[in-house]
Design a protein around this ligand. Structure first.
Ligand code: ATP
Length: 318
């Protein structure tokens, strides 16, 4: 047993950590390029992706407590289990185990990122829990140490610690920032009714590829990275791509109408976000995005259409 696990370890932890609540905001992600390579021996696919953090946020508040508890409100409340299966609880345990402290906190999640929407909401919440509990417990880990713990929790979690726009390789957990001059891109995010399972989308892609029914793999991110550097939304629009889109459309054929409606409304391009069913559309500017969102809601091709911009910061204390 380490020293931190003795009763006086808790006293020391109380002195080191924050006394008041710690509130962390964390963004959703979209993949501007999601290249899916072959299935690896460990069951993951090799990915070649460009992550992009957008301004739809979940918020996690951490307070001192005698045990570890989680409550929530917003998207998915009443549907999402709040027990040890929740990524927030898993992240808190992982950090406590790594730092040798007691996993005691009262956590409250305000969720705006839809469940199983292809926007990495669960991964975002795990990233928020790592940053919030690190401050609450005074464990003082570096962003890189937190990203190391994050990688064991899920492939997208390290990116959501960093935010911005970044290249993801391996199974997506190896993240390196894309250094581009600051440009804000304007998005419309069409949120669907219900979610899609990410593992099921990868299985469907494998099935389509085996049957020769998938579009050719995207391959390298070079074209997308070059397009980002040009800072012209029309150029970026032409470079967006997602290898999982065929699978998402096969599993949810109504998304074809959503994509068509966005383009008819004047979006520069539309793609399925990650494993779907959320679709994202690139607009020229914020006003254009607002107009496209209103039109998507008017033609009822989604549950809700939201305007967002990116890139934004990763999990941050507010
Ligand atoms: P990704 O894009 O990373 O594949 P997603 O956006 O499609 O993810 P998430 O909302 O991250 O999907 O959730 C996927 C599954 O993770 C959910 O169906 C749920 O069972 C589980 N999960 C565990 N904890 C959470 C959480 N805090 N928020 C959302 N989902 C969670």
């Amino acid at each position: 047993m380490t020293e931190a696990w003795r009763p006086d370890g808790e006293d020391e932890q109380q002195r080191r950590g924050a006394s008041g609540p710690v509130k962390v905001r964390v963004p959703a992600k979209v993949n501007l390029h999601l290249g899916v390579g072959p299935l690896r021996r460990d069951g993951y696919h090799e990915l070649n992706t460009v992550y992009h953090a957008i301004s739809i946020h979940d918020e996690l508040t951490a307070r001192r407590g005698d045990t570890l508890t989680l409550t929530m409100e917003g998207e998915g409340a009443g549907e999402l289990a709040l027990d040890d299966s929740n990524l927030v609880i898993r992240a808190a345990h992982a950090l406590a185990g790594y730092a040798g402290v007691l996993p005691h906190a009262r956590l409250h999640l305000r969720k705006q990122i839809p469940l199983a929407g292809g926007l990495a909401g669960g991964s975002a919440d795990a990233a928020a829990a790592l940053v919030a509990c690190d401050a609450l417990w005074g464990t003082g880990l570096s962003r890189d140490e937190l990203a190391g713990i994050a990688a064991d929790l899920g492939s997208d979690v390290p990116f959501l610690i960093h935010g911005g726009t970044a290249l993801g390789t391996g199974r997506g957990e190896a993240v390196s920032p894309v250094l581009a001059r600051p440009t804000s891109w304007h998005w419309v995010v069409a949120i669907a009714d219900g979610g899609l399972s990410t593992p099921a989308a990868y299985r469907e892609l494998d099935r389509l590829r085996a049957a020769g029914a998938a579009t050719a793999p995207l391959g390298s991110t070079d074209g997308l990275l070059a397009a980002l550097r040009q800072r012209d939304p029309r150029v970026l629009a032409a470079a967006l791509g997602n290898d999982l889109q065929d699978a998402a459309l096969a599993m949810r054929p109504s998304l074809t109408a959503t994509l068509k409606a966005g383009e008819a409304a004047g979006a520069l391009a539309g793609i399925v976000s990650g494993s779907g069913p959320t679709c994202v559309f690139l607009a020229v500017d914020d006003a254009d995005a607002g107009r496209i969102a209103a039109e998507l809601e008017a033609v009822r091709v989604c549950r809700q259409a939201r305007v967002a911009h990116g890139p934004v910061a990763g999990a941050r204390i507010v």
